[in-house]
Design a protein around this ligand. Structure first.
Ligand code: NAD
Length: 477
């Protein structure tokens, strides 16, 4: 985080003006129906498709190396399938959810009426700048809101294309894009939105929540953390290693749900290390010159990762290259993947979220100890368990907390559109994706409708003998 420089007042006023314009437009059309919402989602989908080549080229430019294939499969495709999912299910989501009225209320009907909240703010990080802008946008539009999107200062090329996507699809009263550094982000978080979704680090999430508290703006915080991968005794090591290596090295580890570290028993450690090295070499041979392997976004981010490695080595850990015989090459934007073995608990790689191609392997005596290790640390965004015994899988689910779990694979749960996505504890609060996204961005209004006849009069004064009979019956029901 850089020095905080206050934002010029005219810029702050500009943000407020954007918000006011959207708020007025919302007030003029506070209950957009199914056709309007589907139309907005359709315009968004078409605009993304029209710009798909420009988007993957811009992502490549911002990262200084990110393949068209990776950007398509992990940034564009999940954004597009999320929009399709919302389009298909919106009619059902928008239906009032009936509830059974209490006998004392009868005759009556009761239901939950989902209503758009108004103007939603969405703050986007740099690591998946398309998906993490469009996925929350999809939920907010499905729920009928207006949206201000704050894009990351580290992805200027992608922002320019996303700006064109949004302008092609929407008027500024529907969806508008905001760009800028930390001072703009701070001013954005301080706007009186009807809901604010922030994706980023836990440290900044705390500040965003504090800023939102001034207006009692509800927040959804999609934060980071150290997501463990547990490799149990009956897991096939090559399969587990292949799936861990894929999830870890996707986007060169710059993924909020990447497995951050691996837990296994000492007897399987060396075989797992060999399997991880084989898997990484199969996925990304010659990583420093491999166009399939993403670069680390900036020199500062690479230096932080190298400092983590230096710190681990100085504290007695063994560093093992996951690729065949490569050294760090500071002049390249790509960083070779590393395993870290025997790191002491005080090593930074075991304390901070890694967010790069560095994977510590930690040994524990058994599953019980693995779960105790996880429970002793802040609650992670994801947890990966490799093992086929259903009872042990259930034990993992019951005895650890994490935002999501993927059993016998990594990262894929995020792309399952009908599962909610979100963190718990330090990894965040609130849910989105699919129906949960629709609910997050809706006012779930409780409605009770009474008719002409009022049975509740039976418990109103003047009190007689009858009320005692009634209350007794209601109490023992
Ligand atoms: P970051 O938190 O460092 O920065 C995010 C943004 O916050 C920046 O654009 C910055 O301008 C802004 N900012 C800085 N100080 C602020 C303040 N006081 N108030 C408001 N805004 C402020 O995160 P990042 O480096 O962009 O992303 C990496 C982090 O995001 C990792 O921790 C990762 O795990 C997490 N992440 C989480 C998810 C998820 O879905 N849960 C997804 C992707 C990334």
């Amino acid at each position: 985080m850089g020095e905080h420089t206050p934002m010029p007042e005219d810029q702050a006023a500009e943000l407020q003006t954007l918000l006011d314009r959207q708020r007025q437009a919302f007030a003029a059309d506070p209950a957009p129906g199914l056709a309007v919402r589907r139309g907005r989602l359709d315009r968004l989908r078409r605009a993304v498709l029209d710009h798909r080549e420009a988007l993957t080229a811009a992502l490549d430019e911002d990262f200084g190396g990110r393949s068209v294939e990776e950007s398509t499969t992990v940034d564009l495709l999940p954004a597009l399938t999320g929009i399709r999912h919302a389009q298909r299910h919106l009619r059902r989501w928008m239906r009032p959810r009936r509830r059974w009225p209490h006998p004392l209320m009868q005759p009556a009907s009761a239901w939950v009426h989902d209503q758009p909240l108004g103007v939603v703010g969405i703050m986007v990080p740099w690591n998946y700048p398309v998906y993490l802008a469009l996925s929350p946008l999809t939920g907010a539009l499905a729920a009928g809101n207006r949206v201000l999107l704050k894009l990351s200062e580290l992805t200027p090329a992608t922002n320019a294309v996303l700006g064109s996507v949004i302008r092609q699809a929407f008027s500024a009263e529907e969806v508008a894009v905001v760009e800028g550094g930390e001072s703009v982000s701070r001013a954005f978080a301080a706007l009186p939105f009807d809901h604010l979704l922030f994706t980023g680090s836990t440290a900044v999430g705390r500040q965003v929540m504090a800023a939102a508290a001034a207006h009692l703006t509800p927040v959804t915080l999609e934060l980071g953390g150290k997501s463990p991968a547990v490799v149990d005794g009956d897991a096939d090591l090559d399969t587990a290693a292949g799936r861990i290596a894929y999830g870890k090295l996707l986007n060169a580890g710059q993924t909020c749900i990447a497995p951050d570290y691996v837990l296994c028993t000492p007897d399987r450690r060396d075989a797992l290390v060999d399997a991880l090295r084989r898997a990484a070499t199969r996925l990304y041979p010659d990583p420093l010159h491999n166009p399939d392997y993403a670069a680390v976004i900036t020199r500062q981010h690479r230096e932080r990762l190298e400092a983590l490695l230096t710190d681990a080595r100085e504290q007695g850990a063994e560093l093992v290259s996951m690729a065949e015989a490569v050294e760090n090459a500071p002049e390249s934007g790509r960083m070779p993947p590393w395993l870290v073995l025997d790191a002491p608990a005080s090593a930074r790689v075991l304390e901070e979220e890694i967010f790069g191609p560095v994977l510590p392997v930690v040994t524990v005596a058994d599953l019980e100890q693995a779960l105790a290790y996880i429970r002793a640390r802040p609650r992670p965004l994801a947890l990966y368990y490799f093992g086929h015994d259903r009872r042990r899988q259930q034990q993992v689910l019951d005895r650890s907390h994490s935002g999501g779990v993927c059993i016998n694979d990594t990262v894929l749960h995020v792309a399952q559109d009908n599962l909610p996505f979100g963190g718990v504890g330090a990894s965040g609060m609130g849910l989105y994706h699919g129906f949960e996204g629709f609910r997050t961005f809706s006012n779930e209004k409780a409605v009770l409708r009474k008719g002409r006849w009022n049975s509740a009069r039976l418990v109103e004064p003047p009190y007689g003998r009858r009320i005692h009979r009634w209350v007794r019956r209601l109490m023992v029901r």
